[in-house]
Design a protein around this ligand. Structure first.
Ligand code: FAD
Length: 314
């Protein structure tokens, strides 16, 4: 998919800034950092982040309509135009040394004067019987990735957010029928997507209902609702929110809120000087590509100010 290039990565060097994450927040941050002439390195577990898994992005200003992957291709082109080094790796911990930080992955160590954490979030699980057993055999967390396997099948999307509505719309292109199973009274999709769902004859919403079990043999065959009904289904797409990837921050004493999101101020600063955070991992109430990129850009500026201050010899 992406040609990740390790050329230009210097394992001995102390970078001015290391950005953790491979999503739009990290890339946006690094683009600004490079333009501020910081020595910047991006370390990301996967390139593209969450947005690369969605089929339709129509709310990034300047781009009327594209896929999540298409948007991230453009981010990558911009990143490459500035020769920003990117390494595909997972940071397991951050250690504070005298005037810099050491970032540990399984096999490598990276050094930086400042760090931006843009590690996003993981999809939340329902935590019900059958969910784990049928993962990849009828249970999915990504319609764009797995939807094409369900041609002419009957599937459901669990959740009532805008993302859930978009997943249902995407699935409806291929499958026979999509049920949206939502515990609330009304789905919380953007008005345009809500209208699209209502108009789509293949989509039906079942309100005030939870799934309590997923059943099957080799693959999913049915779900059990909380009213005891057994409902025949071929696939269950779970879209019930996400959990922030903030464990590495917590371990070094960075403050998080009760949802586990990193608490930042308007400068994207955390409580630990030199460490900044941005995007889905941080505590903003509304999380989109544009908001993540904006926080990432502010973090780049704050890191630039922090490193510049460090470099002044009094
Ligand atoms: C179905 C769906 C549809 C959406 N549609 C839209 C839309 O139309 N428009 C919009 O603006 N937003 C949309 N969003 C929201 C958008 O995807 C997120 O707000 C955005 O991706 C957040 O970017 P991020 O870079 O902060 O985090 P992410 O995109 O989650 O990226 C985090 C990155 O960090 C990496 N990472 C995690 N842990 C580590 C580690 N320890 N070390 C190194 N790297 C690590 C991950 O591999 C990943 O690459 C949608 C979300 C979903 C689920």
């Amino acid at each position: 998919m992406f040609n990740i290039d390790m050329e230009g990565v210097d394992f001995e060097k102390t970078y001015d800034l290391i950005v953790l994450g491979g999503g739009p927040t990290a890339i946006g941050c690094a683009i600004y950092a490079a333009r501020f002439a910081l020595n910047v390195l991006i370390v990301g577990k996967t390139f593209g982040g969450l947005i690369a898994t969605t089929h339709l992005v129509e709310n990034y200003p300047g781009i009327v309509s594209t896929s999540g992957q298409g948007l991230m291709d453009m981010f990558k082109e911009h990143m490459n135009s500035l020769s920003i080094p990117y390494i595909s790796d997972e940071i397991r911990s951050i250690e504070k040394a005298d005037d810099h930080f050491i970032l540990h992955s399984f096999f490598q160590k990276f050094k930086a004067k400042s760090v931006v954490i843009a590690t996003g979030s993981e999809r939340k699980k329902l935590g019900i019987p059958g969910e784990e057993d049928f993962a990849g055999r009828g249970v999915s967390y990504c319609a764009t990735c797995d939807g094409p396997f369900y041609k002419d099948k009957i599937v459901c999307v669990v959740g009532g957010s805008d993302s859930a509505a978009k997943e249902a719309l995407f699935l409806s292109q291929n499958v026979k029928k999509v049920y949206i199973i939502y515990r609330g009274e009304e789905i919380r999709a953007e008005p345009i997507n809500k209208k699209r769902v209502e108009k789509n004859h293949k989509i039906e919403i079942i309100y005030r209902t939870n799934i309590v079990e997923i059943k099957g043999d080799n693959t999913v065959k049915s779900v059990i609702f909380d009213n005891g009904t057994e409902f025949e289904i071929d696939g269950v797409f779970i879209e019930v929110g996400s959990v922030p990837n903030s464990d590495i921050a917590k371990h070094i004493g960075i403050r998080t809120n009760d949802k586990g999101e990193i608490i930042i101020n308007r400068k994207s600063e955390t409580n630990l000087p030199g460490v900044f955070a941005a995007g889905d991992v941080a505590d903003a109430p509304f999380k989109q590509v544009i908001t993540g990129v904006a926080e990432g850009v502010i973090a780049a500026y704050s890191a630039f100010s922090y490193v510049s201050e460090m470099n002044i010899e009094y």
